[in-house]
Ligand binder design. Structure first.
Ligand SMILES: [Zn+2]
Length: 294
Protein backbone atom coordinates (compact mmCIF):
# COMPACT_ATOMS: atom_id res chain seq x y z
CA UNK A 1 0.00 0.00 0.00
CA UNK A 2 1.23 3.43 -0.86
CA UNK A 3 1.35 5.99 1.92
CA UNK A 4 -1.63 8.32 2.17
CA UNK A 5 -0.75 11.74 0.85
CA UNK A 6 -3.31 14.27 1.82
CA UNK A 7 -1.44 17.34 0.63
CA UNK A 8 -0.09 15.91 -2.61
CA UNK A 9 -1.71 18.57 -4.71
CA UNK A 10 -0.31 21.56 -2.91
CA UNK A 11 3.30 20.41 -2.83
CA UNK A 12 4.08 22.70 -5.75
CA UNK A 13 3.22 25.67 -3.58
CA UNK A 14 6.30 24.87 -1.57
CA UNK A 15 8.35 24.33 -4.73
CA UNK A 16 7.73 27.57 -6.57
CA UNK A 17 9.87 26.58 -9.54
CA UNK A 18 7.55 23.65 -10.36
CA UNK A 19 4.52 25.96 -10.27
CA UNK A 20 6.32 28.51 -12.39
CA UNK A 21 6.84 25.81 -14.99
CA UNK A 22 3.07 25.44 -15.22
CA UNK A 23 2.88 22.23 -13.22
CA UNK A 24 0.67 21.60 -10.20
CA UNK A 25 -2.46 23.57 -9.24
CA UNK A 26 -3.29 26.51 -11.52
CA UNK A 27 -6.08 29.10 -11.40
CA UNK A 28 -9.06 28.89 -13.75
CA UNK A 29 -11.76 31.50 -14.41
CA UNK A 30 -15.10 31.03 -12.62
CA UNK A 31 -17.84 29.27 -14.57
CA UNK A 32 -21.26 27.80 -13.78
CA UNK A 33 -23.27 25.57 -16.13
CA UNK A 34 -26.75 24.53 -15.02
CA UNK A 35 -29.08 21.74 -16.14
CA UNK A 36 -32.19 20.08 -14.75
CA UNK A 37 -32.44 16.63 -13.18
CA UNK A 38 -36.03 15.89 -12.16
CA UNK A 39 -36.83 18.44 -9.45
CA UNK A 40 -33.17 19.39 -8.98
CA UNK A 41 -31.25 22.17 -10.66
CA UNK A 42 -27.66 20.97 -10.97
CA UNK A 43 -24.71 23.28 -11.66
CA UNK A 44 -21.11 22.40 -12.50
CA UNK A 45 -18.88 24.88 -10.65
CA UNK A 46 -15.41 25.54 -11.98
CA UNK A 47 -12.62 25.89 -9.41
CA UNK A 48 -9.12 25.38 -10.82
CA UNK A 49 -6.85 23.12 -12.85
CA UNK A 50 -4.25 20.61 -11.70
CA UNK A 51 -1.41 19.91 -14.12
CA UNK A 52 0.10 16.55 -13.18
CA UNK A 53 3.61 15.85 -14.53
CA UNK A 54 3.97 12.62 -16.50
CA UNK A 55 6.79 11.41 -14.26
CA UNK A 56 5.49 7.97 -13.31
CA UNK A 57 4.40 8.98 -9.81
CA UNK A 58 0.66 9.52 -10.41
CA UNK A 59 -0.74 8.27 -13.74
CA UNK A 60 0.56 4.83 -14.69
CA UNK A 61 2.44 4.52 -11.42
CA UNK A 62 3.24 0.91 -12.34
CA UNK A 63 4.31 1.58 -15.95
CA UNK A 64 6.93 3.83 -17.54
CA UNK A 65 6.08 7.49 -18.38
CA UNK A 66 6.83 6.44 -21.98
CA UNK A 67 3.72 4.24 -21.97
CA UNK A 68 1.59 7.07 -20.54
CA UNK A 69 3.03 9.42 -23.19
CA UNK A 70 1.95 7.00 -25.91
CA UNK A 71 -1.67 7.09 -24.68
CA UNK A 72 -1.59 10.89 -24.54
CA UNK A 73 -0.04 11.16 -28.01
CA UNK A 74 -2.72 8.90 -29.49
CA UNK A 75 -5.33 11.24 -28.00
CA UNK A 76 -3.62 14.25 -29.59
CA UNK A 77 -2.44 15.61 -26.22
CA UNK A 78 0.88 16.95 -24.95
CA UNK A 79 2.90 14.13 -23.43
CA UNK A 80 4.80 15.83 -20.57
CA UNK A 81 1.78 16.35 -18.29
CA UNK A 82 -1.86 15.41 -17.71
CA UNK A 83 -4.20 18.35 -17.21
CA UNK A 84 -7.07 17.76 -14.79
CA UNK A 85 -9.98 20.10 -14.21
CA UNK A 86 -10.86 20.65 -10.54
CA UNK A 87 -14.61 21.24 -10.29
CA UNK A 88 -17.48 20.99 -7.83
CA UNK A 89 -21.23 20.51 -8.04
CA UNK A 90 -24.18 22.60 -6.82
CA UNK A 91 -27.50 20.80 -6.29
CA UNK A 92 -30.58 22.97 -5.71
CA UNK A 93 -34.21 22.23 -4.92
CA UNK A 94 -36.44 24.93 -3.42
CA UNK A 95 -34.40 26.78 -0.78
CA UNK A 96 -31.97 23.90 -0.44
CA UNK A 97 -28.46 24.53 -1.85
CA UNK A 98 -26.06 21.61 -1.59
CA UNK A 99 -22.42 21.87 -2.67
CA UNK A 100 -20.54 18.64 -3.38
CA UNK A 101 -16.79 19.18 -2.83
CA UNK A 102 -15.20 22.59 -2.54
CA UNK A 103 -12.08 22.75 -4.72
CA UNK A 104 -8.62 23.86 -3.67
CA UNK A 105 -9.64 26.93 -1.72
CA UNK A 106 -7.62 30.06 -0.97
CA UNK A 107 -4.20 28.52 -1.66
CA UNK A 108 -4.42 28.87 -5.46
CA UNK A 109 -6.90 30.67 -5.22
CA UNK A 110 -9.72 28.47 -6.48
CA UNK A 111 -12.65 30.09 -8.27
CA UNK A 112 -15.41 28.22 -6.44
CA UNK A 113 -16.84 31.33 -4.73
CA UNK A 114 -16.93 33.20 -8.07
CA UNK A 115 -18.58 30.23 -9.78
CA UNK A 116 -21.20 29.99 -7.00
CA UNK A 117 -21.85 33.70 -7.42
CA UNK A 118 -22.40 33.18 -11.17
CA UNK A 119 -24.98 30.54 -10.24
CA UNK A 120 -26.71 33.13 -8.01
CA UNK A 121 -25.81 31.56 -4.66
CA UNK A 122 -23.87 33.13 -1.78
CA UNK A 123 -21.77 30.91 0.54
CA UNK A 124 -24.11 31.79 3.43
CA UNK A 125 -27.06 30.34 1.48
CA UNK A 126 -25.44 26.91 1.17
CA UNK A 127 -27.38 24.52 3.40
CA UNK A 128 -25.21 21.39 3.11
CA UNK A 129 -21.71 20.56 1.89
CA UNK A 130 -21.09 16.95 0.89
CA UNK A 131 -17.49 15.78 0.63
CA UNK A 132 -16.55 12.81 -1.60
CA UNK A 133 -13.18 12.44 0.19
CA UNK A 134 -10.77 14.58 2.17
CA UNK A 135 -8.00 15.37 -0.33
CA UNK A 136 -7.00 19.03 -0.53
CA UNK A 137 -8.60 19.62 -3.95
CA UNK A 138 -12.00 18.66 -2.50
CA UNK A 139 -11.91 20.20 0.98
CA UNK A 140 -9.59 23.23 0.54
CA UNK A 141 -12.55 25.50 -0.18
CA UNK A 142 -14.20 24.74 3.16
CA UNK A 143 -12.03 27.50 4.61
CA UNK A 144 -12.13 31.13 3.45
CA UNK A 145 -9.03 33.30 2.84
CA UNK A 146 -9.42 34.78 6.35
CA UNK A 147 -9.28 31.25 7.80
CA UNK A 148 -12.96 31.13 8.73
CA UNK A 149 -15.54 28.58 7.71
CA UNK A 150 -16.45 29.37 4.08
CA UNK A 151 -20.01 28.01 4.44
CA UNK A 152 -21.05 29.24 7.87
CA UNK A 153 -24.63 27.91 7.89
CA UNK A 154 -24.03 24.54 6.24
CA UNK A 155 -23.84 21.06 7.66
CA UNK A 156 -20.56 19.56 6.36
CA UNK A 157 -21.05 15.86 5.71
CA UNK A 158 -17.96 13.66 5.53
CA UNK A 159 -17.79 9.86 5.69
CA UNK A 160 -16.82 8.61 9.13
CA UNK A 161 -13.58 6.85 7.96
CA UNK A 162 -12.38 9.95 6.07
CA UNK A 163 -13.14 12.34 8.94
CA UNK A 164 -11.26 10.08 11.34
CA UNK A 165 -8.29 9.94 8.94
CA UNK A 166 -8.31 13.70 8.30
CA UNK A 167 -8.14 14.40 12.02
CA UNK A 168 -4.93 12.33 12.18
CA UNK A 169 -3.13 14.58 9.65
CA UNK A 170 -1.05 17.19 11.51
CA UNK A 171 -0.91 19.52 8.49
CA UNK A 172 -4.71 19.63 8.35
CA UNK A 173 -5.22 20.58 12.02
CA UNK A 174 -6.12 24.18 11.21
CA UNK A 175 -8.81 23.09 8.73
CA UNK A 176 -10.31 20.44 10.99
CA UNK A 177 -10.40 22.99 13.82
CA UNK A 178 -12.34 25.46 11.68
CA UNK A 179 -14.88 23.03 10.22
CA UNK A 180 -15.13 20.60 13.17
CA UNK A 181 -18.25 22.15 14.76
CA UNK A 182 -20.15 21.83 11.45
CA UNK A 183 -19.13 18.26 10.58
CA UNK A 184 -21.68 15.46 10.57
CA UNK A 185 -20.30 12.04 9.72
CA UNK A 186 -22.08 9.21 7.92
CA UNK A 187 -21.42 5.60 7.03
CA UNK A 188 -20.68 5.11 3.30
CA UNK A 189 -23.89 3.88 1.65
CA UNK A 190 -26.23 5.99 3.79
CA UNK A 191 -28.66 8.61 2.49
CA UNK A 192 -27.17 12.06 3.13
CA UNK A 193 -30.01 14.31 1.90
CA UNK A 194 -33.45 13.88 0.35
CA UNK A 195 -32.75 12.32 -3.04
CA UNK A 196 -29.00 11.96 -2.45
CA UNK A 197 -27.36 8.70 -1.36
CA UNK A 198 -23.68 8.16 -0.67
CA UNK A 199 -22.11 5.28 -2.61
CA UNK A 200 -19.09 3.46 -1.18
CA UNK A 201 -16.29 3.33 -3.79
CA UNK A 202 -13.16 2.05 -2.03
CA UNK A 203 -9.47 2.52 -2.81
CA UNK A 204 -8.89 6.25 -3.14
CA UNK A 205 -9.12 7.18 0.56
CA UNK A 206 -10.33 5.19 3.61
CA UNK A 207 -13.92 6.42 3.21
CA UNK A 208 -14.14 7.65 -0.40
CA UNK A 209 -17.72 7.90 -1.68
CA UNK A 210 -19.65 8.96 -4.75
CA UNK A 211 -23.09 10.57 -4.50
CA UNK A 212 -26.14 9.29 -6.41
CA UNK A 213 -28.62 12.10 -6.98
CA UNK A 214 -32.13 10.91 -7.90
CA UNK A 215 -35.33 12.73 -8.78
CA UNK A 216 -38.41 11.67 -10.76
CA UNK A 217 -36.68 8.71 -12.39
CA UNK A 218 -33.57 10.67 -13.41
CA UNK A 219 -30.18 10.05 -11.81
CA UNK A 220 -26.70 11.58 -11.77
CA UNK A 221 -23.70 10.01 -10.03
CA UNK A 222 -20.92 12.29 -8.77
CA UNK A 223 -18.07 9.78 -9.02
CA UNK A 224 -15.58 11.72 -6.89
CA UNK A 225 -12.06 10.48 -7.62
CA UNK A 226 -12.92 6.96 -8.78
CA UNK A 227 -11.06 7.99 -11.96
CA UNK A 228 -9.21 11.20 -12.80
CA UNK A 229 -8.26 11.63 -16.47
CA UNK A 230 -10.86 11.37 -19.26
CA UNK A 231 -7.97 10.04 -21.38
CA UNK A 232 -5.54 7.94 -19.34
CA UNK A 233 -7.92 6.57 -16.68
CA UNK A 234 -10.36 5.37 -19.34
CA UNK A 235 -7.85 4.06 -21.90
CA UNK A 236 -5.89 2.21 -19.21
CA UNK A 237 -8.17 1.70 -16.20
CA UNK A 238 -5.96 -1.06 -14.80
CA UNK A 239 -2.87 1.12 -14.47
CA UNK A 240 -2.07 2.13 -10.89
CA UNK A 241 -3.08 5.65 -9.80
CA UNK A 242 -0.56 7.23 -7.44
CA UNK A 243 -3.20 9.32 -5.64
CA UNK A 244 -5.04 6.14 -4.51
CA UNK A 245 -4.35 5.16 -0.90
CA UNK A 246 -4.70 1.49 -1.84
CA UNK A 247 -3.47 1.00 -5.41
CA UNK A 248 -4.87 -2.53 -5.85
CA UNK A 249 -8.33 -1.71 -4.46
CA UNK A 250 -8.42 1.54 -6.45
CA UNK A 251 -7.66 -0.37 -9.66
CA UNK A 252 -10.41 -2.92 -8.99
CA UNK A 253 -12.94 -0.19 -8.10
CA UNK A 254 -12.10 1.76 -11.25
CA UNK A 255 -12.77 -1.11 -13.63
CA UNK A 256 -15.86 -2.32 -11.75
CA UNK A 257 -17.43 1.13 -11.57
CA UNK A 258 -16.56 2.02 -15.19
CA UNK A 259 -18.07 -1.28 -16.40
CA UNK A 260 -21.25 -0.65 -14.41
CA UNK A 261 -21.56 2.97 -15.58
CA UNK A 262 -21.18 1.95 -19.23
CA UNK A 263 -23.65 -0.94 -18.86
CA UNK A 264 -26.23 1.26 -17.11
CA UNK A 265 -25.67 4.28 -19.40
CA UNK A 266 -25.46 6.21 -16.12
CA UNK A 267 -25.11 10.00 -16.37
CA UNK A 268 -22.14 11.10 -14.24
CA UNK A 269 -20.31 14.16 -12.98
CA UNK A 270 -16.54 13.61 -12.82
CA UNK A 271 -14.85 16.49 -10.94
CA UNK A 272 -11.52 16.09 -12.75
CA UNK A 273 -12.81 15.57 -16.31
CA UNK A 274 -12.80 18.54 -18.71
CA UNK A 275 -15.25 21.18 -17.43
CA UNK A 276 -18.22 20.87 -17.01
CA UNK A 277 -17.48 17.16 -16.47
CA UNK A 278 -20.98 15.81 -17.14
CA UNK A 279 -21.60 12.89 -19.50
CA UNK A 280 -21.44 9.14 -19.98
CA UNK A 281 -18.83 6.38 -19.95
CA UNK A 282 -18.80 4.25 -23.10
CA UNK A 283 -17.26 0.76 -23.26
CA UNK A 284 -14.78 0.07 -26.12
CA UNK A 285 -13.17 -3.40 -26.31
CA UNK A 286 -11.04 -3.68 -23.15
CA UNK A 287 -11.22 0.01 -22.24
CA UNK A 288 -13.58 3.00 -22.03
CA UNK A 289 -14.20 6.39 -23.61
CA UNK A 290 -15.81 9.66 -22.46
CA UNK A 291 -18.98 10.94 -24.07
CA UNK A 292 -19.63 14.49 -22.74
CA UNK A 293 -23.22 15.75 -22.42
CA UNK A 294 -23.71 18.38 -25.11
ZN1 LIG B 1 -9.32 15.02 -6.58
Amino acid sequence: MKSLRISTLITCLAAAQACAAGMGPQPAPPDAETFTLGEFRITSLRDSVNVVPNDGSVFGADVAPKAVAEVLREAGQKTEAIELSVDALLVRRGSEAIVIDTGLGPAIPGSLAGSLSQAGVTPDEVTTVLITHVHSDHIGGLVSPDKQSAFKHAAVKISEPDWKWLQQQPDMAELTGVIGPQVKTFTPGEDVATGIKSVRIPGHTPGHVGYMISSKGETLLDVGDTFHSAIVSLAKPDWAMGYDSDLAVGRTSRREVLTQLATDHQLIFAPHFPYPGVGWIVSRDDHFEWSPKK
